[in-house]
Write a protein that binds this ligand. Structure first.
Ligand SMILES: Cc1ncc(COP(=O)(O)O)c(C=O)c1O
Length: 343
């Protein structure tokens, strides 16, 4: 059996999702008459409580145009040191947006307001002024950790004190919402801009949506076009996102329960440590080279990525069945009992 836990982006559209894509009424989104894209954006407006939303091809574009529309080249922005926008967006903050970054640390994604205050710069003849605080929820490199609505409320207060805006990389905000049983709005009411991915836990093949004020999204639409992200009969893709919101979002808690069971299994192996996952991402610290470990896992049918000098990451999603979970836990049980060698 093969169990693909490399990422929640590996899911394939289901037959029902494909049917929704084929049946979607279509227009031309750049010309402003794409009914299915507009239906998706309306759903996101409703979920987030924001004034406006724009459908974009990827989470990276959602983040970068969201940030571009809130800043000017030369500004300083505050970004958590393990954030996706620093590690995995190929320097876009600098290359596309001309921004300087002051990174701040966090305790598994939990942010200390005093550190933000200390890192904030006041614009002067010598210093770029800080204009934006960037957050990530759930936090990928911290193992899917959650910022609660209360955390967001406190960070909003700090941002207001500092006179900076807030952008949220909410690629997996749906997971935070599912884990806490709190509506998306409870989180997004405390930010100016949020990028939500449809192609992660929600299982769509492509797409993210950026939401914010009407002004913000108008500026972001210009950035989307500038970067070549204006799409035409993109209702075919938006339909997959709508299907994910309606049918897969309600199932995310099942992915979290599977992640917990798998993490417990990993902890049965002597010398391995897997912190209890808050959502769908399981981290494993183990005493051998994680590149070698991932090859060994792959030979046993479990596919996952090395994620640091002593760390591996396993990500659960709606296409991991109960049977695959049982198989994966059984493989780990045999390793724990020494029936399967792992070195
Ligand atoms: C936290 C986070 N933000 C943003 C992205 C970017 O999404 P995309 O791959 O669609 O550009 C990812 C992708 O894995 C992510 O994990």
């Amino acid at each position: 059996m093969q169990v693909d836990l490399r990422s929640d982006t590996v899911t394939q559209p289901t037959p029902e999702m494909k049917a929704a894509m084929i049946e979607a009424p279509l227009g031309d989104d750049v010309l402003g008459d794409e009914p299915t894209v507009q239906a998706l954006e309306a759903k996101i407006i409703e979920l987030t409580g924001m004034e406006a939303a724009v459908f974009v091809p990827s989470g990276t574009m959602g983040n970068q145009i969201g940030i571009a529309a809130l800043t000017s080249p030369g500004d300083s922005i505050l970004v958590e040191e393990e954030a996706h926008i620093l590690h995995y967006e190929v320097g876009a903050l600098a290359v596309l947006n001309g921004l300087t970054v002051r990174s701040y640390s966090s305790d598994h994604g939990k942010v200390d307001s005093d550190e933000l205050r200390a890192k904030c710069l006041t614009a002067s003849l010598h210093t770029p002024g800080t204009t934006l605080l960037c957050l990530e929820n759930t936090h990928n490199r911290h193992g899917g950790s959650i910022l609660t609505p209360e955390d967001h409320a406190e960070l909003r207060k700090t941002a207001n004190d500092l006179g900076v805006k807030v952008h949220l990389d909410g690629a997996r905000l749906f997971n935070a919402s599912a884990a806490l049983g709190k509506p998306i709005k409870d989180f997004t009411r405390h930010v100016d801009s949020v990028s939500l991915c449809l192609s992660k836990g929600l299982g769509a093949p492509v797409g993210s949506v950026l939401a914010g004020s009407a002004d913000h999204i108008e500026r972001a639409r210009i950035w989307r076009k500038r970067l070549g992200g204006g799409m035409r009969q993109s209702g075919m893709l938006a339909a997959a996102g709508i299907y994910g919101l309606d049918h897969i979002f309600p199932l995310l808690a099942e992915d979290h329960a599977k992640a917990k069971r798998f993490s417990q299994a990993l902890n049965q192996v002597k010398g391995w440590n897997s912190p209890e996952p808050e959502t769908n991402i399981v981290m494993l610290d183990l005493p051998i080279d994680p590149a070698r470990a991932s090859e060994k896992f792959a030979s046993l049918g479990i596919h996952a990525f090395p994620f640091g000098p002593k760390r591996m990451r396993f990500v659960f999603h709606h296409q991991i069945s109960d049977g695959q979970l049982v198989y994966a836990c059984e493989v780990i049980r045999k390793i724990a009992l020494g029936e399967t060698s792992f070195s």
